[in-house]
Design a protein. Sequence first.
Length: 134
Amino acid sequence: MRTNRKIKPHHNGKNRRTGRKSTARRNNKGPATANSDRAEEIRLAWVAAKLLEREQKSAAAAALAKGPCCANEAAKNATNLRLLRELQSTVCNRVWNETFGRWDGVMPRAFVNKNAAHMPHFREFARENGYRSR
């Protein structure tokens, strides 16, 4: 190596000339401590509030999940038509169906996951219209 005095001789813990490590890395960090007792109280209060908020959100989601996805048959039919229109506008893989001798569209996973609440009644409707879930 040329004697270039303007560069740092030790870079990333290595000597540029020899390539050897210059110093040992420090591995023994001390335990984390709070700044003060008051700061720790504030942090614990914040954590408790976040846990309560998360619990309330999950309870609300569980309450919504228990009921039916569509109120009545008319709403179910409207949802089926809307989902079929959305599915027809997406690009789907096609698979040859030996039983019926036709091409079946395969619903994309993202579509199935996005509309998971309606899949119990939409799968049969989609199958009648030439789509399958897998």
